[in-house]
Design a protein around this ligand. Structure first.
Ligand code: E4P
Length: 217
């Protein structure tokens, strides 16, 4: 399973990259705003900075909600760097724009997916990635992981090449469960990724190894 980090924070992206496990980055307008990145020029420069840090795919979301606007914005974003993946909302014009970009060989990530039907449409439109938001489904008492399972079944039935990018991942168990269910990618915060490192028996075991080494030296 590929690991993407879901942030626009450059320090956290550098930290995940330094760990040697990072396959890409996802951003969205809220994450950009959280880092105080506003205005077209600053946003563009920020995407370039992210691409300089990581080797893999970097999702950059369009703001337009009409086909023409999405095409114009998406083409400008894709021209920044071959790592850029044009992130499009799961609305009618987003599906049309997805088909337009996939026909042109430009990578896409269809975002805000909350049902198997939406994922199926994104795959039919040739999306590179489809982003089911599991945490936000959990927030409204609906099993987000069940959606991953359903999309996996559908994509496998028809051998769709669209990759399932489990998004809105909130904690370590989401990551483990997504891996068990065969999600192609997960995107989550650095805290969830680093949470995978932790086990008290590792700490206790290491402390004992070091203490025993000291005794013998
Ligand atoms: C996906 O690409 C989104 O950026 C993200 O995963 C949303 O997560 P949230 O529900 O924690 O805001």
């Amino acid at each position: 399973m590929k690991f993407f980090i879901d942030t626009a924070n450059l320090d956290q992206i550098r930290e995940a990259q330094a760990l040697g496990i990072l396959d890409g980055v996802t951003t969205n307008p809220s994450l950009m705003a959280k880092e105080g990145i506003t205005g077209e020029e600053n946003i563009i420069n920020h995407y370039k900075a992210i691409c300089d840090i990581v080797d893999g795919d970097v999702s950059a979301e369009v703001i337009s909600t009409d086909f023409e606007g999405m095409v114009k914005e998406g083409e400008a974003l894709a021209a920044l760097n071959p790592q850029i993946v044009v992130k499009l909302p799961m609305i009618k014009d987003g599906v049309k724009a997805c088909k337009y970009f996939s026909d042109k060989g430009i990578k896409t990530n269809v975002t805000l997916v909350f049902s198997p039907g939406q994922a199926l449409l994104a795959a039919k439109a040739g999306a590179t990635y489809v982003s089911p938001f599991i945490g936000r489904l959990d927030d409204v008492s609906t099993d987000g992981l069940n959606l991953i399972e359903e999309i996996r079944l559908i994509f496998d039935n028809y051998m769709f090449e669209t990759q399932i990018l489990a998004a809105s991942v909130r904690h370590t168990m989401h990551i483990i469960d997504c891996a068990k269910l065969g999600s192609d990618v997960m995107t989550g915060p650095l805290s969830a990724i680093e949470g995978l490192l932790k086990h008290p028996l590792t700490d206790i075991g290491l402390a004992k190894f070091l203490a025993d080494y000291k005794k013998g030296n």
